[in-house]
Design a protein around this ligand. Structure first.
Ligand code: NAD
Length: 479
């Protein structure tokens, strides 16, 4: 077990009473013990962030660059250790945990660079003798609320641009994954952030998160999580007239056309639907397959699923780790049962697995003969469960792909330039993939979706600036 991890408020590590998190691959293994903040500490963190804002927002690019670059370098140097901790607390495989940690380092590196690339505009006024300057300023105190499924990358892609653009932060990570959150804050704190600039408040969403939503001193909230919580963030933010950004669920379609390269399509489906135990907002949970390739595709996918190694996340051979906790495991099983009740066929998997240690192991499940109207095809399951929906042709595939309350990612496997181009233009999703899994994105380009998946400006890359800055237009009369 790690040492007792405290919250960081105004540059001090504080907190005594705590909660434990356990390893989903081995429920007897306690990963660590963590302080649990209450409403009062959340208030102190917000006050500290507010007090630190004037100096940090005027600190200039070099100070911010130094901290972000140092953090990037330390995360990269410790990628194996941090990646292992992540896999141990969340259940994704060791390779995925290390990969995500490298991603976090790359994000800090990118935003270190962004501090030196800030720009503004000087434009002539329509009035003689007047000049106009357009600049960007920090927004203020930013509340950052994150989910459990990317314990280091999501905090990184919110904290890094917030700091780069001169904001101060109150960070509330998901209860299930405090170790990765604590580590990233510890690294940034030691990298030289002034006190109060970044505050960590681990604790319950309904307490600490809610206190952030209710505070008039939080000027912006960046949230990633479920649709239900996202709506609360939105309602509270409108009440306070604050800026907010939501990244929520997905029910992402992967279309497979008759002319697809079968091996590519099966690779995309296997990776997109089941890797990271299907616990990705970008997972391919609806496989929409045209009649001519349907049976060959299902047979080939089942063959590959049979070979998947499901086991302890820390075991080097493991390809699919456990589900994150008992609640999520039950949700996955419930949705498989709902799909079957509604008329789908459980063509593969779906049962719990026993391994050397007690854990939340589930054999990835494939529902075939599903329709797009079934609850299992419309609601986010967030586990290693995919539904195959049979369609006649491309036009029906596109219509089914777009017939969803979500719009995060979508994909198509085809060798037809015409269909690939048409799909890119007509898919109602924020991110579209051709002959690639729906999950797996670059860190230097915009991330986000449409409809029930996202609200507000995009995250990541240069586009992150839209959320973490506010535009000022200044006029000067010089005679
Ligand atoms: P969740 O909504 O339960 O929790 C997200 C965060 O909100 C947690 O930190 C939680 O403590 C906090 N929270 C809970 N109640 C709150 C309240 N009343 N006020 C303020 N904060 C509160 O989501 P989760 O189960 O942690 O994550 C899974 C969800 O996240 C899935 O729906 C998934 O699709 C989504 N997700 C989306 C993206 C994306 O970018 N679109 C990425 C990853 C995960």
């Amino acid at each position: 077990m790690t040492a007792f991890r405290k919250n960081l408020i105004d540059g001090e590590w504080v907190g005594d009473a705590g909660s434990r998190n356990i390893n989903p691959s081995d429920t007897g293994d306690v990963v660590g013990e963590y302080a649990s903040a209450g409403v009062e500490q959340a208030g102190q963190a917000i006050a500290a962030a507010k007090a630190a804002f004037p100096a940090w927002s005027r600190s200039g690019p070099l100070a911010r660059h130094a901290v972000l670059k140092k953090a990037a370098d330390e995360i990269m140097a410790r990628k194996d250790e941090l990646g292992r901790n992540l896999a141990r607390e969340e259940g994704k495989t060791l390779a995925e945990g290390i990969g995500e940690t490298i991603r976090a380092a790359q994000i800090f590196d990118f935003f270190a660079g962004e501090t030196l690339r800030l720009s503004g505009e000087v434009v002539p006024s329509v009035r003689p003798g007047v000049g106009v300057e357009i600049t960007r300023e920090a927004v203020g105190v930013v509340g950052i609320i994150t989910p459990w499924n990317f314990p280091i990358a999501i905090p990184a892609w919110k904290i890094a641009p917030a700091l780069a653009h001169g904001n101060t932060i109150v960070f509330k990570p998901a209860e299930l994954v405090p170790e990765s959150a604590w580590s990233i804050v510890d690294i940034l704190h030691r990298a030289g952030l002034p006190k109060g600039v970044l505050n960590l408040v681990m604790g319950k969403g309904s307490v600490v998160g809610q206190a952030m939503l209710d505070s008039p001193d939080v000027n912006a909230i960046s949230f990633t999580g479920s649709v239900g919580t996202g709506k609360r963030v939105a309602a509270a933010s409108v009440e306070h007239m604050r800026k907010f950004q939501l990244e929520m669920g997905g029910k992402n379609p992967l279309v497979v056309l008759d002319d697809a390269d079968l091996a590519v399509a099966v690779d995309c489906a296997l990776n997109g639907a089941f890797f990271s135990t299907g616990q990705r907002c970008t997972a391919s949970s609806r496989l929409i397959v045209t009649e001519g390739i349907h049976d060959r595709f299902v047979d080939a996918l089942k063959e590959r699923m049979e070979k998947l190694v499901i086991g302890d996340a820390l075991d080097a051979q493991t390809q699919i780790g456990p589900v994150v906790d008992a609640t999520q495991l039950k949700q996955d099983e419930d949705y498989i049962a709902i799909g079957v009740r509604e008329g789908a066929t459980l063509a593969f998997g779906g049962e719990r697995l026993d391994r050397k240690t007690p854990g939340f192991y589930l054999k990835p499940a494939l529902l075939t003969e599903a329709t797009n109207a079934m609850r299992s095809s419309r609601e986010e399951i967030f586990g290693p469960v995919a539904s195959v929906i049979r369609v006649q042709d491309y036009d029906e595939a596109l219509a089914v792909a777009n017939d969803t309350p979500f719009g995060l990612t979508s994909g198509i496997c085809t060798t037809s330039l015409k269909h690939a181009t048409h799909f890119k233009r007509n898919s109602e999703a924020g991110m579209v993939m051709v002959n690639l899994p729906t999950a797996g994105v670059d860190f230097h380009v915009p991330f986000g979706g449409r409809k029930g998946s996202s609200f507000g400006p995009r995250e990541q890359g240069r586009y992150a600036m839209e959320f973490y800055t506010t535009v000022k237009t200044a006029y000067t009369f010089a005679g």
